[in-house]
Every structure is written in structure tokens, then in C-alpha cells.
Design a protein around this ligand. Sequence first.
Ligand SMILES: NC(=O)c1ccc[n+]([C@@H]2O[C@H](COP(=O)([O-])OP(=O)(O)OC[C@H]3O[C@@H](n4cnc5c(N)ncnc54)[C@H](OP(=O)(O)O)[C@@H]3O)[C@@H](O)[C@H]2O)c1
Length: 278
Amino acid sequence: MKVGFIGFGELASTLANGLLTAGLEVYTCREGRSSRTKDLVNSTDVELCKSNYELVKTVEVVLSAVSPSQTVSVAREVGHVEGIYVDLNNVSPSTVQEALNHVGTSNTVDAAIMGSVRKKGLKVKIIASGGAADQFAQLNQYGMNIEVIGSKPGQASAIKMLRSAYTKGVSALLTESLYVAYKMGLDEEVLKYITQTEGPYFKESAVSRIKSSAYHAKRRSEEMEEVVAMIREETEPVMNQATLEFFGALAQKLEKPSQRPTSMAHVFRMLEESNNQG
Ligand SMILES: NC(=O)c1ccc[n+]([C@@H]2O[C@H](COP(=O)([O-])OP(=O)(O)OC[C@H]3O[C@@H](n4cnc5c(N)ncnc54)[C@H](OP(=O)(O)O)[C@@H]3O)[C@@H](O)[C@H]2O)c1
């Protein structure tokens, strides 16, 4: 089976490497992409297409894994697709629906990543809904972990968005509160007392959330735009608006660190440097 990725960042390169190891032919297009993306492409054995348009004509399953803000424009760019088109981007149900309307109907899948791609690789849990979700789940034979949760596009993204509202909100709250604790020399004590409420694994997960919040601040702020848009369709987004503003400000302060921060203190030192400069 031939599988193609539009976008070749962290998500696509991780899944592509797993699928190549499982023996599939994997394609992408690196034309016009950044040096980071080109390096990721060049470090794998993926086949190259000259354009995304050529890519969708070549493969049976197209996976879109681009920056969330590009979800609709890449779908519009490729237009009608003969094969299966899977949208893996963290966007709201209405955005995914808008994107999928450009490429087809029964051949489309709304898919949402439900774990850490970096930790789980190809085995990361993916929930899927839409007309071709069952066909997409055939990739489980090659080591993927896809669970079909419904037949309508938008269902998978809605679950992901609402889970995201929770996890990113907690991460924002932790980063802000523990930064203040760090500045007061009380971070270990605060962690100790919250652990007494939250349970034995709290510290490990809090530190991991703070490190990845710093590293992925820009992406998280884009993802929160989608969450807020979705919440606004139903109610006033007060808490989620604050999370969005938090990640926007964090992204501006830290830019994209070239390497993942090594510890919670590392994140807070970077924040302190930025605050002192600004
Ligand atoms: N990584 C994860 O763990 C994870 C988990 C869940 C969901 N997701 C979702 O998956 C998507 C990709 O995430 P990621 O972490 O892989 O992001 P990433 O590392 O920032 O990669 C994004 C990729 O999309 C490319 N791209 C941007 N605009 C494009 C366009 N118009 N046409 C073609 N390619 C384009 C980028 O190329 P340039 O470098 O040239 O900009 C880059 O290769 C996002 O929507 C994200 O929300 C990711």
C-alpha cells in the first residue's frame, strides 16, 4: 500500500518511519518546505513527489499533518482526491469539516491523535470518524493503533478538542503557578503539597507538561485557537480564552527552543531571561 504525508514535521516523520519499517511505501513532498522539514525528509527513506497534487495522485491513503492553521488551505490546494484523505491536524470539528469538503465525502476521515507521538511512535492511539474511517483502520495491520469511534467527520475532533481544553488548561495553570513558586524558591514544596492531593505520579507528569508546554508553545497556541472557536459555538470561552492567551504569550517569550528543555528549572530560567530582557 502507498501512503503519503502532506507536511513532514514531528508527527508525519514519526508515523512515516514506523510505516516504512512495516514495509509500506511512503511518500511526501518537500518542495517549498523549511530546512527543518527537509532535514526530517532527508533522514528517512520516503519517496518524493514534486507537489502535493502529484502526491495525492500517487498514493492510496493521504495523511495531512501540517500546522493547524494550514489545514484548510492544503485541502483546498489538493482538491478532489480519489483515494482516502485523512486529516490528522488538531483543529475544531467545523474546520476539519471545511477541509474535508474540499477533497471528497465518503473517502474522508477525521482523525485525532490521543497520546504522545514522541513516546508511542506508530503505536500512538488515534481515534477516527467519517466515511472512510474503517478503511483507514486497515493500517492497524501495519502497526498503527486506530480506533473508529463514529461515522461522521467532526466527532473525533470534538473529543480531541475537549480533552485538549482540559490538558492544555492544566498545563498552563501549572506552568504559571510553578514559575512563581520557582521564583520564590518554593517549587519543590508546592509540588510536594499538590502531590499529596493529586497522587504519587503528579510530580513526574507536571514536570513533563511544563517542559513540553515550553517547547510546543506556538503549536499549542494555534491549537487553542481551534478549541476556543469550538467552545464559542456553544458558550462564552472564559477559561479556554485564558489558556489561549497564556500559550500565545509563552510562545512570544520563548520563541521555539532548538532543543527540548531538560528540566522544569531549565524552562523557568529561559522564562526569567526573557522577562529580564523584556
Ligand atoms: N506532534 C504531535 O505529537 C502531534 C500530536 C497531535 C496532533 N498533531 C497535529 O499534527 C499536525 C502536525 O504536527 P507536528 O507536530 O508534526 O507539527 P510540526 O512539527 O510543526 O510540522 C508541521 C509540518 O507541516 C508542514 N507544513 C506547514 N504548512 C504546510 C503547507 N502549506 N503545505 C505542506 N506542508 C506544510 C511544515 O513544514 P515547514 O517546516 O516548512 O513549515 C512541517 O513539516 C498539527 O496539526 C498538530 O496539531 C501533532
